[in-house]
Design a protein around this ligand. Structure first.
Ligand code: FPP
Ligand code: FPP
Ligand code: MG
Ligand code: MG
Length: 442
């Protein structure tokens, strides 16, 4: 019997595109070196959930419901994306692409001297736009360029995973040994760099400066987010401030799942503020980091899909904000699952964040009502039993369910922006996917 058609299944509407995705990625990442080929293609061999390309394709399809004569904002020349032909650039003004405008920044700036505006938007020049609009080549409502964008997004994501697993000293990914274990750190890093380079080539061939800038900024944001995480300790003194017996002592970075030695230094809070302000600042830091490391790629690829479709600025902003809120929701759920699930289900290490010294939402909620957890966060759970104590505090404080509530807040915001897209099966599929992000268990 024929399998029943499930209209809301996100994969169903773009299943052809998802099938060719993996094949096309294969063509984009081939190299002359067989070992490099093996490492670079390794994570693509076992299926991830492909959530990013799914978003790009479904947004593209949703926006194709808008009549073509209303989709005139940008121009995409109609030459084949694989060719090197020059396009005619026409300059125009447009708001910048990089920033996440609504993020509150005051405590960040005051406490840590970080200006997120700088982090988010290093580029503020207007974009160039290209020539006449042609959208005759839409198939299933999706342009070849949008399909390529989906591939590029997944390649960038995968490249960051290769690097991430080195940084996190992970031992598994997508149910297999992670790249660092299967091949070595060196090869993983190089393969990640190679993937990034190939994604950049493909990006430039989209011949759309605005999209190039968006996606390049997303790559920069991934690194910035990872740096914020590396330095996620709100209290950690700068290296030069750590004086031990007259000598400057380096504060060790977390060394992964191996318990690290307790650094000997006195904690110096940069500014003396109340517990509540401290917690608030830590949450802002956490959410900002989360935007950079996860929501940025989702929001900027969603925005890029909308740019390529040619719809108006307002619609482009809705797509961006949908991706942003979905991305925040997605990572907050990811951080929750680290507390609630196990490696067999996840296909990657669970219970890893505390061991890595990372204070994510569940433990921040615990700290909110148990100030005594503060010093543990400050020393990155490095003293004996810190991890167990923190875990118990999370349970006692209901940290997991509070984290879920936080994720639901972002889910709801994502859905609100989604409702501004034209009504269609593709939009219903995105709605389904957005809800599934919260209820997922892996
Ligand atoms: C993991 O991405 C991606 C997910 C866990 C996808 C979550 C989304 C859903 C479960 C909803 C999707 C769709 C359906 C059909 C229900 P990752 O970045 O953590 O790693 P990955 O690329 O290895 O999956
Ligand atoms: C997964 O987070 C990692 C990321 C979302 C981004 C990692 C980014 C870098 C390592 C910067 C380098 C970037 C590029 C583009 C080469 P996680 O460790 O919390 O999740 P996990 O449980 O899936 O490992
Ligand atoms: Mg990791
Ligand atoms: Mg990581």
């Amino acid at each position: 019997p024929q399998p029943k058609k499930v209209v809301n299944d996100p994969f169903f509407l773009v299943s052809e595109e998802m099938k060719s995705l993996v094949k096309n990625i294969g063509a984009l990442i081939g190299s002359g070196h067989p070992t490099l080929n093996r490492v670079a293609s390794y994570y693509f061999e076992s299926r991830g959930k492909n959530v990013r390309p799914l978003i790009v394709l479904l947004i593209s399809k949703s926006l194709s419901e808008i009549p073509q004569e209303e989709r005139t904002r940008i121009s995409v020349d109609s030459s084949d994306i694989n060719d090197q032909k020059e396009y005619r650039g026409v300059s125009s003004t447009m708001s910048f692409a990089g920033a996440d405008p609504e993020h509150s920044i005051t405590p960040l700036k005051i406490l840590y001297g970080i200006n997120p505006k700088m982090i988010l938007n290093p580029l503020s020049k207007p974009f160039e736009q290209s020539a006449a609009v042609k959208r005759m080549d839409e198939q299933n409502g999706i342009l070849p360029r949008q399909r390529r964008l989906a591939e590029i997004t997944e390649i960038i994501h995968t490249s960051s995973l290769l690097h991430d697993d080195v940084i996190d000293i992970a031992d598994s990914r997508r149910g297999r040994p992670s790249g660092n274990i299967a091949f070595t750190n060196k090869m993983s890093i190089l393969a990640g760099d190679f993937l990034l380079a190939r994604a950049s080539v493909a990006l430039s061939r989209l011949r759309n400066n605005e999209v190039t800038e968006l996606m390049s900024t997303a790559i920069a944001n991934l690194v910035e987010g990872e740096f914020m995480q590396l330095k996620n300790t709100v209290f950690q003194p700068k290296v030069s401030e750590v004086i031990n017996g007259g000598e400057v002592k380096r504060v060790p970075e977390p060394t992964g799942r191996v318990p690290m030695k307790v650094p000997e230094y006195t904690l110096q809070q940069p500014v003396s503020i109340s517990h509540e302000e401290n917690v608030q600042a830590a949450f802002e830091y956490y959410l900002h980091k989360t935007y950079l490391k996860t929501a940025s790629l989702m929001s900027k690829s969603a925005r890029s899909a909308a740019v390529l479709s040619g719809c108006n600025d307002e619609m482009i902003d809705h797509c961006y904000n949908f991706g942003r809120n979905l991305g925040l929701c997605f990572q907050i759920v990811d951080d929750m699952l680290d507390y609630t699930t196990n490696e067999d289900v996840l296909g990657k290490p669970a219970g890893a964040d505390l061991k890595l010294g990372l204070a994510t939402a569940p433990v921040l909620f615990a700290w909110q009502i148990k100030p005594e957890i503060g010093p543990l966060i400050a020393r990155k759970f490095s003293a004996p039993h810190d991890v167990e104590i923190a875990r118990t505090a999370v349970v006692e404080a209901g940290g997991v369910s509070k984290t879920k509530k936080l994720a639901e807040k972002y889910r709801d915001a994502a859905l609100e922006h989604l409702r501004c897209l034209p009504e269609s099966d593709a939009r219903s599929a995105l709605e389904f996917l957005t809800n599934a992000v919260v209820t997922r268990n892996k």
